[in-house]
Design a protein around this ligand. Structure first.
Ligand SMILES: C[S@@+](CC[C@H](N)C(=O)[O-])C[C@H]1O[C@@H](n2cnc3c(N)ncnc32)[C@H](O)[C@@H]1O
Length: 203
C-alpha cells in the first residue's frame, strides 16, 4: 500500500500534475536565475548542488529578508550562501544537537563554513520553540526530508508571517506533498522549479 502511494506521488510529480490541494506553478531555473540576481553569488562546489543553491542565492537576494530561519545547518554551506546573498539579514540555523544519531555530527563540523555569520541553535525541528524568534521573514527548509517534518516546519513558517519559504529536496514526493498540504488554503503562491530540487512559496 505504502509503495502504491509512493509510486502514485512519483508519477504525479514526474507528470507535473498538481497533487491535490494547492495547485503548483511549474517553472524552471531560468525563471529565477537572472544575471542581476546571480551576480556575486557563492557557487556551491558540489556536483548537483550548483544550480539549486544559486537559486537559493537569487531568491534570498531578491526578497532581502530582515531575518531568516534555516532548518538543517549541516556544515553551513547553504547558510554561507544565504549570508552572502543578504549581508544585512539576521540568520538563525537549527540542527540536531551534536552527536545525535543518525547523523552524529561533531560540534566543530556543524555550521563551520558560515561561522560568525549566523546564530546556531540546536533542537529537533518537530519540537523546537520557533515562536521565540517570531516574526520571521524567510525560511530555508532543508532538514529531515519526510512528510511529518516538512509539514510541521511549513506550518511554523506560515505562523511566523514569512513572505518567503524555500525548500530543498522537493523532488522527493512526500516532501512535495507536505508542502502542498501545508500551504493549501493559504495566500501563498507555490512554485516547483522543475529542473532542480528546489521549490518555494511566497505571499
Ligand atoms: C541535508 S542536511 C542540510 C544541508 C544544509 N542546509 C546545507 O545547505 O548544506 C540536513 C541536516 O538536517 C539536520 N536534521 C535532520 N533532522 C532534523 C531535525 N528533526 N531537526 C533539526 N535538524 C535536523 C541534520 O542533522 C542535517 O545536518
Amino acid at each position: 500500500m505504502k509503495t502504491t502511494i509512493k509510486l502514485t506521488l512519483t508519477l504525479l510529480t514526474l507528470l507535473h500534475l498538481p497533487i491535490l490541494g494547492k495547485p503548483l506553478e511549474y517553472i524552471t531555473s531560468t525563471d529565477v536565475i537572472t544575471p542581476n540576481l546571480s551576480s556575486g553569488a557563492i557557487i556551491r562546489q558540489e556536483a548537483g548542488f550548483e544550480t539549486d543553491f544559486l537559486i537559493l542565492h537569487c531568491l534570498v537576494k531578491k526578497y532581502q529578508p530582515k531575518n531568516l530561519f534555516e532548518v538543517g545547518t549541516c556544515q553551513g554551506y547553504g547558510t554561507l550562501i544565504m549570508a552572502n546573498a543578504c549581508p544585512t539579514c539576521a540568520i538563525i540555523s537549527l540542527d540536531l544537537p551534536p552527536h545525535t544519531p543518525p547523523f552524529n555530527l561533531k560540534p566543530s563540523d556543524i555550521g563551520h563554513k558560515a561561522r560568525g555569520r549566523f546564530q546556531q541553535v540546536y533542537g529537533n525541528s518537530l519540537t523546537y520553540n520557533y515562536q521565540q524568534h517570531f516574526p520571521i521573514d524567510a525560511w530555508f527548509l532543508d532538514g529531515a526530508h519526510d512528510y511529518a517534518h516538512v509539514k510541521h516546519e511549513t506550518e511554523q513558517a506560515i505562523q511566523s508571517g514569512a513572505t518567503l519559504i524555500v525548500y530543498h529536496d522537493t523532488d522527493i514526493p512526500e516532501v512535495l506533498q507536505a508542502v502542498v498540504d501545508a500551504l493549501a488554503d493559504t495566500e501563498y503562491n507555490v512554485y516547483r522549479i522543475t529542473d532542480t530540487r528546489v521549490s518555494y512559496a511566497t505571499k
